[in-house]
Structures are given as structure tokens and as C-alpha cells.
Design a protein around this ligand. Structure first.
Ligand code: SAH
Length: 374
């Protein structure tokens, strides 16, 4: 692995009202963008030009906006494209095809995102909150507690910057597009519902009003906040829903995913199944495999039984080898035990694929994001 130090931008960060990030183009509706541009004394059609630069050309740099007069682009960019994310550090793994970036936000707090390039797709794992309030004991972010939610623009900026990096050919393999976004970085996306849904809408809006991504290639992962899952179901946006189950029984799950004491295994599975019924989108069940904790054959059978009790073909299982986090008493399951677990699920007819652990050597894999300062 290699660390690439990045020059720090020491200019004083701008602030928005009441501890919010400064106003950013992405956080405005198309109408508000027109209003903002005209209030700055410029013509309304400049709003569309800015959108084209930002969402299509993936740039917020006034120097690149050569179809606008110099004074105009400097004025508009300075006002509407404040730098929300400042790169602090980038770590690479897997021959440069995995890149974890640590970002500093306007108020000095930090989050991470992880870009993974595969042969036929590129996936960005984004953070939706600074820290997380869900307190899952095996997850590094869970140990931090929640500092604050991210704004839509702070999340979209993670995506825009990754897409630009890929388009510019900064990862090995030549220029490419960002195809997938997973809300599996820091935070519980459904606890920051409004900003996350606005982000999803922005990602799937056709260019130049959004990034033109496919909803199917966006995965929202949740601990199982049932009312928010029901709300998501009603949105009728065909994103992929992933449920972090980690245990098929309430006794163990309440220990691993404390919110289970509020919404049980059965309630979370019912909400996940309802999501499938309404959207037709197959749900993913995430299951971090922890040695001698949740990896017993009987738990695989119980999981298979509970999933099949709700129907067939609605769900896909994603066991994740536990990525170790500092101070955690848990370790990954024995590979043979893991294989047996997978075989049992498959014997129940549940499609099952083990999640890769890309980036684990740079603490960039699932559950390892802690955004520590070095
Ligand atoms: N809050 C959301 C998104 C977080 S991370 C959620 O919980 O779903 C995405 C996945 O990584 C979740 O399934 C989470 O449980 C899992 N995870 C957390 N810590 C992990 C670890 N140490 N090893 C492997 N997976 C982990």
C-alpha cells in the first residue's frame, strides 16, 4: 500500500448558517439555482451551464468553464461551488484499483470514501454521516458515535469527485465511468433519510440535471430502521436495498446490532420483503461472518428458513468475512466454516455470494472506516 500526501488547502473554510455547510449548487433546486444566479446579477441560463459543467463535465473549476465570461464564472463558482471536501490523504491498494480518500469537511470533521475499480464496473462506497449512532460493536464507525449528518452536497461531492477521477484516467486501466454507488461507508443512511434520498435523486437524474446513474446500481444499506424502510418502499425508486442482518435470532442480533431491540429480526425481514414485493428489486442480506459468534450451521439453517418463509426469489445473501477493527474481540470465521455456512444457505435455495474484502489492508473495507487523523 502507498500513501499519497495531498497538499492541504489552508484557506479558511466558509460556513453556512447554524453550523451547516456553506450553500452549494447541489443543495439547490433547479428553480433556486436560477434565482441564485440572477441574484448574483447574471443571466438565468447560466444556471444550466453550471449544471452541465458540474454534472456532465464533473468539474467545479471556473478555469474549465470557458463558455462563460471569465468574470462571470469566477463570481458564480466562488459563490455556488464552495469547496465542501478537502482531501487530506489517499491510500491505495490492489495495484491502485482501490483508493480510500480521507476528506476534511468545512467544520474540520472527517469522513472517508472508497473507490473500487473492477473489470466491468467501478463502485464508490460513500459516507452518509460523520460517525454513526447505531453502535454496532464490531464496526469501527459504530465505535465513534454520531457527530452529524452529511448534507446532500457533501455526499454528492464524494461521488462527483470519484467520477471525475475515473473519467480522468487516474486509476489503472484507462478512463472509465463510475457505475455503482453503495451507501456502505460511514453512517446509517436511513438515519439521514432526507439528504440521502435527495442524493439518490441527484445521482439518477439525467445529465445535465444529475449524474445520470441507474437506480439499480445504487445500494442503500441499513441496520433495519423499519419505518424508514417502509418510507423508502413508497418512494418507488428501484435502488437496491441491503439489510445488515448478521444474525437470524433476536438474542444474538440485539447484541450485534443494538437497534434490534427496537425493530426485531422478523420486523426487519418483513420490511425487506415488502420492499421486494412493491419494487420487484431483490434485497441483499448482509451477514458479517464472525468466528464462533454467528457462523454456526444451525444459524445458516434458521436464516434460510426465515427467508424462505417469506417467499422465494426475493433475496440474495451476502456473507462478509469480518474485517478486524482495532480493539474488537471478534475475528473472521474459519474459511471452512464459512464455506459450510454458504453451502447450507444454498441448500435452502438462497443465492449466496461472499463479499470481497477489497481494501482491507488500508482499513478501507466494510466496517473499517474510522477517519482517524494520523
Ligand atoms: N449503517 C449501514 C451501512 C454501514 S456499512 C448498515 O449497517 O448497513 C456496510 C456493511 O458493513 C454493513 O452490513 C455492516 O454491518 C458491515 N460491517 C460493519 N463492520 C464490519 C466489519 N468489521 N467487517 C465486515 N463487515 C462489517
Amino acid at each position: 500500500m502507498t500513501a499519497t500526501p495531498i497538499a492541504l488547502d489552508l484557506s479558511a473554510p466558509r460556513r453556512g448558517p447554524r453550523g451547516k455547510p456553506p450553500r452549494h449548487f447541489v443543495d439547490l433546486t433547479p428553480e433556486q439555482r436560477v434565482t441564485a444566479v440572477t441574484e448574483l446579477g447574471e443571466k438565468a441560463f447560466r444556471a444550466k451551464q453550471l449544471a452541465t459543467h458540474y454534472f456532465q463535465h464533473l468539474t467545479d473549476d471556473p478555469e474549465a468553464m470557458t463558455d462563460l465570461p471569465k468574470a462571470t464564472r469566477d463570481l458564480l463558482a466562488a459563490d455556488l461551488f464552495p469547496q465542501l471536501l478537502t482531501p487530506v490523504r489517499a491510500l491505495q491498494a490492489d495495484g491502485g484499483t482501490t483508493v480510500k480518500t480521507l476528506w476534511r469537511l468545512f467544520d474540520g470533521v472527517k469522513v472517508e470514501s472508497v473507490l473500487m475499480r473492477y473489470r466491468n464496473r467501478s463502485t464508490l462506497c460513500v459516507s452518509s454521516e460523520v460517525g454513526c449512532g447505531m453502535a454496532c460493536p464490531f464496526c469501527a464507525t459504530g465505535q465513534l458515535g454520531l457527530t452529524r449528518n452529511l448534507s446532500t452536497a457533501e455526499i454528492v461531492e464524494q461521488v462527483r469527485r470519484a467520477a471525475r477521477s475515473l473519467a480522468a484516467g487516474e486509476l489503472p486501466g484507462g478512463p472509465t465511468r463510475l457505475s455503482n454507488v453503495v451507501f456502505m461507508g460511514m453512517g446509517e443512511p436511513l438515519a439521514n433519510y432526507k439528504a440521502v434520498m435527495e442524493t439518490v435523486r441527484t445521482l439518477i437524474a439525467p445529465t445535465p440535471d444529475g449524474l445520470g446513474m441507474s437506480a439499480r446500481n445504487i445500494t442503500v444499506s441499513t441496520v433495519g430502521l423499519v419505518p424508514a424502510m417502509e418510507k423508502l418502499t413508497k418512494e418507488q425508486i428501484p435502488v437496491t436495498l441491503a439489510l445488515s442482518l448478521h444474525a437470524p435470532d433476536d438474542e444474538l442480533r440485539s447484541e450485534l446490532v443494538p437497534i434490534n431491540t427496537r425493530w426485531s429480526v422478523d420486523e426487519a425481514l418483513d420490511a425487506a420483503h415488502h420492499y421486494f414485493e412493491v419494487t420487484g428489486r431483490r434485497v441483499s442480506i448482509e451477514y458479517a461472518m464472525m468466528r464462533d459468534i454467528n457462523d454456526q450451521a444451525w444459524r445458516a439453517d434458521l436464516l434460510g428458513t426465515k427467508l424462505n418463509a417469506r417467499g422465494r426469489g426475493w433475496v440474495h445473501c451476502n456473507p462478509i468475512p469480518l474485517n478486524p477493527t482495532p480493539g474488537s474481540k471478534w475475528t473472521a470465521s474459519d474459511p471452512q466454516v464459512e464455506q459450510e455456512f454458504v453451502a447450507r444457505l444454498r441448500a435452502h435455495g438462497i443465492p449466496t455470494t461472499i463479499r470481497d474484502t477489497r481494501g482491507s489492508d488500508i482499513d478501507g473495507a466494510c466496517g473499517q472506516l474510522a477517519a482517524e487523523e494520523d
